[in-house]
Design a protein around this ligand. Structure first.
Ligand code: ATP
Length: 226
């Protein structure tokens, strides 16, 4: 795989009839790293993630270039918007329906993915009985089963209690370290930067800071006294 997993160059995007929400954004994320995307409400983080995911096809960016090297997986803020099947195993298998796999191969993919997120023992559990953090892990396992190499996570801990938050970020950290996954994680929580390799700070649609997570954290602290 390329050494850069995500590259954004001079990206400018506007919703119809509105001024640009992303202005000349440029950054790149190396393969096999966990990066955080931070910024105030309305700064354009979700718009950027939607563009990167390929889900936002209209309108087209006004200018600029996006590049993703590797198969994409997406994790929503609310896992209930992403998990549809009655049990953990069925849900992880759900996204494999379009692939030409035998039942044995599907089972292997599901078991491996659940092992990677530490949920092997829950394969038969009903989804509705899981905690928010466990549901997010199932969503991540679904992406891994589809062999995602680049994960986009849009505020995945926003609805989680503090223990589950820590749990999920550690799970992603482990996937990055052990499986070579690249992750771009949108957050409002500065504390989550502790787990990241790098960070991007977006404000009013512009990339104001980017670099090591520690450096960006210090700079945000100086700007906002956080
Ligand atoms: N589907 C849409 N149509 C029109 N405008 C939109 C749409 N989605 C977002 N916007 C506008 O784009 C701007 C950036 O929103 P966006 O959701 O990308 O910011 P954000 O940084 O993710 O905010 P938050 O932290 O509150 O989630 C806002 O002014 C928002 O109202």
């Amino acid at each position: 795989m390329s050494k850069v997993a995500i590259r954004v160059e001079h990206l400018t995007f506007a919703w119809p009839g509105r001024p640009p929400v992303l202005k000349e954004c440029s950054f790149s994320i190396p393969t096999g790293e966990l990066w955080m995307l931070l910024g105030p409400n309305g700064s354009g983080k979700s718009t950027l993630l939607q563009l990167l995911s390929g889900a936002l096809t209209y309108p087209k960016p006004l200018s600029g270039h996006l590049e993703i090297n590797g198969r994409l997986g997406y994790v929503f803020q609310n896992p209930d918007h992403q998990l549809f099947m009655p049990t953990v195993g069925a849900d992880v298998a759900f996204g494999l329906g379009a692939e030409p796999l035998t039942l044995v191969e599907i089972r292997q993919r599901v078991e491996t993915a659940l092992g990677q997120v530490g949920l092997s023992h829950m394969i038969r559990r009903p989804i509705h009985g899981l905690s928010g953090g466990q549901k997010q892990r199932v969503a991540v396992a679904g992406a891994l089963a589809r062999r995602a190499q680049v994960l986009l996570l849009d505020e995945p801990t926003a609805l989680l209690d503090p223990d589950s938050q820590a749990d999920l970020v550690q799970c992603i950290r482990q996937l990055v370290d052990q499986e070579g996954i690249t992750a771009l994680w949108v957050t409002h929580r500065l504390a989550e930067l502790e787990w990241a390799d790098g960070a991007i700070f977006l404000s009013e649609g512009q990339v104001r800071q980017q670099g090591s997570a520690q450096m960006v954290r210090q700079q945000i602290g100086q700007l906002f006294g956080a």
